[in-house]
Design a protein around this ligand. Structure first.
Ligand SMILES: [Zn+2]
Length: 414
């Protein structure tokens, strides 16, 4: 049955400026019409129940381009999850995280790497048991070299042939895109070097595209970000511009211009080290930090400052940025991660109105789902939020506690 909601302002995810005093019609199959208040004669008028919510703001459901459903986001490292948890416990964690994200207004999740194919397991559970959960797109295990970043998730592959085979077998198991670790990261004992040769990177890109999949690559170092900007990648995760010691930011105009020109989507997971910085900072302040912890605090703090600075530099040069939170990783969690990320992006130069687009329609485009979701448009899936505050003024404040969340036209109740 078609329902209608009349709102104060509608941010449709495509246009910067909102439509005022509009009525949005939808059912479980999608949005059916958007009617301006000065127009009369809604088709089938009498049968449509129109709720007057003209004190509220509407925007599309949030899209998170970078999460790890298998991880708890409480600071526990992935290595310990793999050592201590059963496959079943990991799947349950992934299910719980997906529903926690939905309760925070995140209606679509792209899982950028997990073990045991857990994101596909959750997606299949939603479908088989008719659970109205968030849409999930999974990479399976992230591709990495032997002993490389996140090797323990099961995505090790060396040489073009192994890389191609891994991509094929993961697609067979339900992966919808390819995530590749092009640099080191926060994995215990990993060497601080790029992960793959040029030949291996090219093989991964060719194989992903041959099989109709997008490929996104992780980069936490300038040397790698620079290299990826020259390749035919679809997206760069983190898009960091500093050196391995977090001492120098290479704010390279040429690299950013290439990214902008080629339309390579980028995300910056700006909140993902905040929890780690705060943890060490507290120890330093209350005098319980040892010398190693003091050093870690300095390194993470510098990294945080440099990533904020680099984000601002990129935003000012109009790169196509989207929102990725790295939820699950470190202390970025599924309840607060999205809000924290928007808060940091807004504080570091992104406008609230552009953030609405970057977190919805543009993010859907980045992950290849914009044909079905990401905007409030006739025919799209009816995923949307009703908010008490105007997201075009302060998006972080507006999404902190969504008033109501709708997934596929149905209200979400936790
Ligand atoms: Zn990640």
């Amino acid at each position: 049955m078609i329902r209608g909601i009349k709102v104060k302002k509608l941010y449709d995810g495509i246009h910067m400026e909102p439509l005022e005093d509009v009525t949005v019609l939808f059912d479980e199959t999608g949005f059916t019409d958007i009617i301006m208040s000065d127009k009369t004669g809604i088709t089938g008028g009498d049968q449509i129940n129109i709720e007057d919510k003209s004190d509220l703001y509407m925007m599309p459901g949030l899209v998170d381009c970078h999460v790890h459903l298998m991880l708890p986001g409480d600071g526990t490292k992935g290595e310990y999850i793999m050592r201590d948890w059963s496959q079943g416990e990991v799947a349950v964690m992934a299910y719980r995280n997906a529903m926690t994200a939905l309760a925070a207004g995140v209606t679509t999740l792209r899982d950028c790497g997990g073990a045991y194919n857990c994101a596909v397991t959750v997606k299949n559970t939603f479908e088989r048991q008719s659970v109205n959960g968030p849409d999930i797109l999974s990479s399976g295990a992230p591709l990495t070299c032997t002993g490389g970043h996140c090797w323990y998730m099961g995505g090790e592959a060396d040489g073009p042939e192994e890389i191609r085979k891994k991509i094929r077998s993961q697609q067979k198991a339900g992966a919808g895109f390819v995530k590749l670790m092009a640099a080191y990261g926060g994995t215990i004992g990993v060497t601080k070097t790029p992960t793959f040769s040029d030949e291996e990177l090219q093989a991964a890109i060719d194989e992903a595209h041959l099989r109709g999949m997008k490929i996104t690559m992780h980069s936490v170092i300038y040397e790698v970000t620079k290299k990826l900007a020259d390749l035919d990648v679809d997206m760069i995760e983190h898009t960091v511009m500093c050196d391995a010691h977090s001492t120098i930011n290479f704010l390279d105009e040429e690299v950013i211009e290439k990214i902008r020109e080629k339309g390579i989507f980028v995300d910056h997971t700006l909140n993902c080290v905040n929890g780690t910085v705060n943890m060490y900072e507290e120890k330093v302040k209350n005098g319980t930090a040892g010398s190693w912890e003091k050093e870690q605090y300095e390194i993470y703090k510098r990294y945080q400052d440099l990533t904020f600075e680099s984000f601002n530099f990129q935003v000012e040069r109009h790169v196509p940025y989207v929102v990725g939170t790295d939820a699950g990783w470190g202390f970025s969690n599924f309840k607060d991660g999205y809000y924290e990320n928007i808060y940091e992006m807004q504080r570091n130069g992104a406008s609230a109105k552009e953030l609405i687009i970057a977190s919805t329609n543009r993010a859907a485009k980045a992950i290849g789902l914009d044909n079905i979701l990401g905007s409030v448009e006739t025919g799209k899936q009816a995923d949307f939020l009703l908010l008490k505050d105007d997201p075009g003024v302060d998006m972080a404040k507006a999404i902190r506690k969504p008033y109501e969340i709708y997934k596929r036209g149905q209200i979400f109740r936790s």
